[in-house]
Design a protein around this ligand. Structure first.
Ligand code: ZN
Length: 554
């Protein structure tokens, strides 16, 4: 086969989070992004997912080499898995722009890891990574220093256009670098990998700048504390809130670990300026009148342990919510978080405070992703032979396909794939390569340890079908029950519990009596009792509770 480049997404294609994209040339692998995924409500007791890197480990064992990694921007779904993934791989250089590197390194330090992400300048030219040449291009998004990456390979060029929008009046004044996108693309682009999350939305995504006046309008009528919650990485938004507070002579106070950390990093880099005396630490909040403060609070997604949830539930030591206060959600719920955000909004409303959220006002948040006209503009600027939508769900990829068709792309040049599907590009063509199976890898947010699949299955069983504990005394000489076993049922209805108590013991006696012999293998006997119970309960109740047989040798 001709010289080719194989693109393989391990995460972030066909879903929105857990971004990890591989570009492979001969035995060299370039990785773009290393992000977290967020669990849904079926994944009980876990909050985080990470990309499955089994493929990478096998590739390395077979002599392939990771030549480097680039990180596009400072969001958790693009860099959050670094501390979980890096310890499992041989070391390689990692590159990112200023704030992205700073966020990554703060995370690596927090986890006690020694690897560091190297900083790349937007104007610094190419970064050479093995046979690849990377160029970081400034685009706008909802975190400063977001980059798209122009990847030159011996086969041809690729435009990695992950999360972006085209904001011509961003609050920090740093516009997308249209010149660089089009100049580099003049060298030819084989394939544009493009954000497609908002492909369903017509027109352009609105600019951020209008949000400032929305804050001012609300501040003008607020008589109590002015509480705003947003993503801690949205530094421009935080600046807008600070500016508005200054206009209304209010002091700013940051509440919650993540917003304080984000603020400190942004201040260190000079991305966030707060005049001396304008900010007050939480401990001093009590010395100020409610009408003199603006609080920037963590927890816009309704996270259980966040500062906002604690304040609303009356559990926060330093901040109490009063009816005169206003609470502004300056963030949309991430898909999957709607229920917890809604219930938090409900609790705030119940406390009598004014609460503004995305269902009643779109003035306080705009998306960080390109809508359809912006996506088309990106196709125009890069003028690729082929397009491949990433960072969206399948329905959004299909909408992107429609947009590309309207722009004259033939179907064979619009590539719709999902995670684990390799695409092999030559100079002029592309074919689908191998499809690898990817597992869901869960991590425990607190310990950072992997949660194995069976743990999750147990939790799901417990949640839907309850638990049955069987304590059986068994005579070792004949393998029979000494007395009626003690059966404890939890999480099933009274009727179901009665049924189990009445009939399960009979079933066990029956089954055991058919195999009268001295017990040689206690583990086997325990399993036998478990399976007998499982079969009976499923037959009679159509349920599969978690069954815990305890066998006592007599
Ligand atoms: Zn993002």
């Amino acid at each position: 086969m001709n010289d080719n480049l194989a693109y393989l997404p391990l995460g972030g294609v066909g879903d929105v989070t857990r971004n990890m994209h591989l570009y492979q040339y001969k035995d060299e692998i370039l990785i773009i992004d290393c992000g977290l995924g967020f669990a849904d409500e079926t994944m009980i007791g876990v909050e985080l997912l990470i990309p499955d890197i089994s493929y990478l480990k096998t590739a390395i064992a077979n002599g392939k080499k990771i030549v480097g990694m680039a990180i596009t921007h400072g969001h958790e779904d693009h860099l959050g898995a670094l501390p979980f993934i890096l310890p499992d791989l041989p070391s390689f250089p990692i590159y990112a722009t200023n704030l992205t590197a700073e966020f990554s390194n703060s995370k690596l330090k927090e986890f006690g890891l020694t690897q560091r992400v190297q900083k790349v300048d937007f104007d610094g030219g190419d970064v050479r990574v093995g046979s690849f040449n990377l160029n970081f291009i400034r685009v706008t998004h909802s975190v400063p220093d977001t980059a798209n990456i122009f990847i030159k390979t011996p086969v041809g060029n690729f435009y990695h256009g992950s999360d972006f929008k085209f904001d011509l009046t961003p609050f920090d004044g740093k516009k997308p670098d249209f010149n660089k996108i089009s100049n580099l693309s003049k060298q030819g682009v084989i394939c544009l990998m493009s954000d497609c999350l908002r492909a369903e939305q017509k027109g352009h995504t609105p600019t951020e700048i209008t949000i400032s006046s929305a804050f001012e309008k609300e501040l003008a009528i607020c008589k109590g504390k002015f509480v705003v919650t947003t993503y801690s990485s949205n530094i421009a938004r935080v600046s807008q809130i600070v500016q508005a507070a200054i206009k209304f002579n209010r002091k700013v106070c940051f509440v919650g670990r993540s917003v304080i950390k984000g603020k400190e990093i942004a201040q260190d880099l000079g991305y966030l300026k707060i005049d001396k005396g304008m900010e007050i630490p939480l401990e001093q909040l009590k010395n100020y009148k409610d009408s003199n403060v603006v609080l920037i609070v963590a927890g816009s997604q309704g996270q259980e342990n966040s500062a906002l949830t604690r304040i609303v539930n009356g559990d926060h030591r330093d901040v109490k919510l009063n009816p005169a206060d206003s609470v502004i959600f300056s963030a949309d719920p991430i898909p999957g978080n709607e229920i917890s955000v809604n219930s938090l909004v409900d609790s705030i409303a119940r406390r009598g405070a004014r609460v503004i959220y995305s269902d009643i006002s779109s003035e306080f948040h705009v998306s960080g992703h390109a809508a359809s006209d912006d996506l088309v503009m990106m196709m125009e600027l890069t003028n690729p032979k082929k397009v491949l939508p990433i960072g969206g769900t399948y329905k959004q990829m299909v909408q992107y396909k429609e947009l590309a068709r309207e722009q004259g792309f033939e179907d064979k040049n619009i590539i719709l794939i999902e995670n684990g599907q390799e695409v092999i590009f030559t100079k002029d063509a592309s074919v689908l390569g191998k499809k690898i199976n990817l597992r869901n890898i869960y991590v425990d947010q607190i310990s950072g340890e992997e949660v194995e699949g069976f743990v999750l299955r147990d939790r799901q069983k417990l949640a839907t079908d309850g638990v049955v504990i069987i304590m059986a005394e068994i005579d070792a000489t004949n393998g029979q029950l000494v007395s009626n076993p003690n059966v404890i049922v939890k999480g099933l209805s009274t009727q179901e519990t009665l049924d189990i108590n009445k009939n399960l013991v009979k079933q066990l006696k029956n089954s055991l009596s058919q195999r009268k012999q001295p017990v040689t293998n206690w583990i086997y006997l325990r399993k036998f009792i478990g399976e007998t119970a499982d079969k009976y309960i499923f037959r009679s109740l159509r349920k599969r509770p978690l069954i815990l047989p305890v066998v006592i040798e007599v």
